[in-house]
Design a protein. Structure first.
Length: 106
């Protein structure tokens, strides 16, 4: 007897369908530009756990970078914001410095 292990694939045009709810949450935050460290702080999990989720997302989508992940998931409605918690944080709440225009040199 042979046993074959297969992974359920997402329907065409819906790549996020194969992701768990936590992976979707992390994918949304990556898409908003958050670092693993920031995601870990917001979700109150370790950075190692975030990294593990990101690696599993890459594996499920067949990609090898955050940019490729975002490009693959960009048109999927499963990644639209569903709560205020998932909306981008204002600069003062993000823990990141605000972008300031650089003076022009003549």
């Amino acid at each position: 007897m042979r046993l074959q292990v297969t992974r359920e694939t997402a329907p065409p045009g819906r790549p996020a369908a194969g992701l768990s709810p936590r992976e979707l949450e992390i994918a949304r935050m990556v898409g908003l530009g958050h670092t693993n460290k920031r995601i870990a702080a917001v979700l109150e999990i370790s950075g190692w756990t975030v990294s593990a989720h990101v690696r599993r997302i890459f594996d499920k989508l067949g990609v090898s970078s955050r940019a490729a992940m975002i490009a693959t998931l960009s048109g999927d409605p499963a990644l639209s914001w569903t709560t205020d918690r998932e909306r981008p944080l204002p600069a003062e709440d993000s823990g990141l410095p605000e972008a300031r225009p650089q003076p022009r040199s003549s």
